[in-house]
Design a protein around this ligand. Structure first.
Ligand code: ZN
Length: 416
C-alpha cells in the first residue's frame, strides 16, 4: 500500500517554477534530522484559472526531485477534487483530497440513518477516549443529529474513493477526506462519527482535514481563540487514535491542516501536540509561493517592480471578480489598500516589505498581501513576460521561496 509518511507538507507552485527552491527547504529540514515529505498540491480551480494541466505539477516536481537527488517519497495532490473534477488528475496524482464539504447537511435517507445508528451502539452514551479528560457524552438525539448532518458527505466520500480505486487500484494512491471548506467547525464528537461512517464506507483514508475552530484566511495568520484551538486539536488527535483501533482505519491516519499558509500563532501549539501524542501531521499551505515570486521580482530591479505594480493596478480594478471565489477565506480591508497613485512612488524594497509576511513590520500590509494572493490569474495573463522574469531572476526568487518555507513555516512547526 502506498503509505503517507508521518510528516508531510503540502506546497503550492502555481506557475511550476519553484519546485527546486521548495525542495531545498525539505532537504535543509532533513539535514536537521526531521523527515518531512513534500506534497505538491494544486486544485482544479487553480488549474482552470491559470490554464495549466495537472501533469505540469508532476513534471515540475519530478524534475526538481531528479536534479536535487531527493530520495525520500514525494507526492502530487489532486487538491479538493470531487466526482466531476477528478478525471483529469488520474494520470498524474497519487494523493487525492476528496472534498465532500458541499454534501454536509444534505438530508440522508431515514433508512441509512437508522442503519448507521443500529450498527454503532458504541457511540451512544458515555464514551471514554484515551487522552481526553472528560468523557464524551452523546445522547440518542445528539448522535442522530450528527449522523443526519454528515452521513451523506461520508457516503459521497465513499463513492469518490471507490471511483478512484477502480481506476488506479486500491493501495496505489493516498486518500484524504476534507470537510474544511464549510461554515461551521466540526467538534471532536462529530469527527468521531464521521470516521465511523467513513470506515463503514471502506474509505482507507490516511489523512482527514476537518474544519477547525477559528479563521484560516489565505496567506495571513490565524484569527481565533488559541486555547480553544489547542484543546480541540489535542482532542481531535485522540479521536483519530481511537478510531484507528475501533474501526480498523489505516494506522498512519493523521490530521491534515488546510492552513491557508502563515498560521504562525498556532504552529507552536501544533508542534507540541503532535510531539506529546507522537502523532503525524499533514499540513497544507496555500500557493503563497507565488507571493514570494512577486517579492523576489520586486527585489530584482526595475523591470520586476514595474510588473508587480502593474499586477496590483489590475487587481485593484478587478477586485470584485478576483476576491469573489475566495470570499470565505480572505478579509481585505478596502481602506488599507493604497491607491495606484500612492504605489507609483514605491521602490522594490517597499513592495517586498509590504508583501512579505513579517508580523509587526511597519510596512507589512495584510490587505495588499491577500489581494495579490488571489490575483495569480493576472500574472498568468501576462504569459511569458511573467515566466521569463521568473527564469531570469530565479536566484533571488528562489532565495525568498526557500526562506519563507524553511524559516517561517518549517522551523516553528517541526524544530521549534
Ligand atoms: Zn482546504
Amino acid at each position: 500500500m502506498l503509505r503517507l509518511s508521518r510528516f508531510s507538507f503540502g506546497v503550492g507552485d502555481r506557475f511550476a517554477h519553484q519546485a527546486s527552491a521548495q525542495l531545498k527547504a525539505f532537504q535543509r529540514l532533513l539535514s536537521e534530522g526531521v523527515e518531512v515529505v513534500p506534497v505538491w498540491n494544486k486544485s482544479n480551480r487553480e488549474h482552470s484559472f491559470i490554464g495549466s494541466q495537472p501533469e505540469s505539477v508532476r513534471q515540475a516536481a519530478q524534475e526538481a526531485v531528479a536534479q536535487s537527488g531527493w530520495s525520500l517519497p514525494w507526492h502530487t495532490d489532486a487538491d479538493h477534487i470531487r466526482l466531476e473534477t477528478v478525471d483529469r488528475f488520474l494520470d498524474s496524482s497519487d494523493f487525492y483530497t476528496i472534498d465532500v464539504a458541499d454534501s454536509i447537511g444534505q438530508v440522508a435517507s431515514r433508512d441509512s440513518v437508522v442503519h448507521f445508528l443500529k450498527s454503532h451502539p458504541e457511540l451512544f452514551g458515555q464514551l471514554h477516549i484515551q487522552g481526553i479528560d472528560q468523557a464524551i457524552f452523546l445522547s440518542g438525539d445528539a448522535l442522530e443529529e450528527i449522523v443526519a448532518k454528515y452521513l451523506v458527505a461520508c457516503q459521497e466520500a465513499g463513492r469518490i474513493y471507490r471511483y478512484i480505486s477502480n481506476k488506479l487500484g486500491e493501495g496505489n494512491f493516498i486518500a484524504e477526506v476534507s470537510m474544511d471548506e464549510t461554515d461551521s467547525p466540526q467538534t471532536p464528537q462529530e469527527l468521531l462519527v464521521i470516521l465511523a461512517a467513513l470506515a463503514d464506507q471502506k474509505v482507507r483514508l490516511q489523512t482527514i482535514a476537518p474544519k477547525f475552530t477559528g479563521r484560516f484566511n489565505k496567506g495571513v495568520d490565524y484569527v481565533g481563540d488559541l486555547e480553544q484551538f489547542a484543546r480541540e486539536f489535542q482532542d481531535d488527535l485522540c479521536v483519530l487514535a481511537h478510531a484507528v483501533t475501533q474501526y480498523g482505519l489505516p494506522d498512519n491516519l493523521k490530521l491534515s491542516v488546510h492552513s491557508g499558509s502563515d498560521k504562525f500563532s498556532i504552529y507552536p501549539i501544533i508542534r507540541q501536540a503532535i510531539a506529546s501524542r507522537k502523532a503525524g501531521l499533514h499540513i497544507k499551505t496555500a500557493g503563497t509561493t507565488w507571493l514570494e515570486e512577486l517579492i523576489g521580482l520586486a527585489e530584482s530591479g526595475q523591470e520586476g517592480t514595474t510588473l508587480v505594480r502593474e499586477i496590483y493596478g489590475l487587481a485593484l480594478e478587478q477586485i470584485g471578480a478576483l476576491t469573489e471565489p475566495y470570499a470565505s477565506v480572505i478579509d481585505i480591508r478596502m481602506s488599507e489598500l493604497p491607491s495606484l497613485l500612492t504605489v507609483g512612488s514605491w521602490d522594490g524594497h517597499q513592495w517586498a516589505n509590504t508583501l512579505r509576511h513579517i508580523p509587526g513590520h511597519p510596512q507589512y500590509n495584510a490587505s495588499v498581501r491577500q489581494l495579490l494572493h488571489v490575483s495569480f490569474k493576472l500574472a498568468a495573463k501576462k504569459g511569458s513576460r511573467y515566466t521569463d522574469l521568473l527564469v531570469a531572476h530565479r536566484e533571488i526568487i528562489g532565495k525568498n521561496v526557500f526562506e519563507n518555507l524553511y524559516t517561517r513555516h518549517m522551523k516553528p512547526l517541526f524544530l521549534g
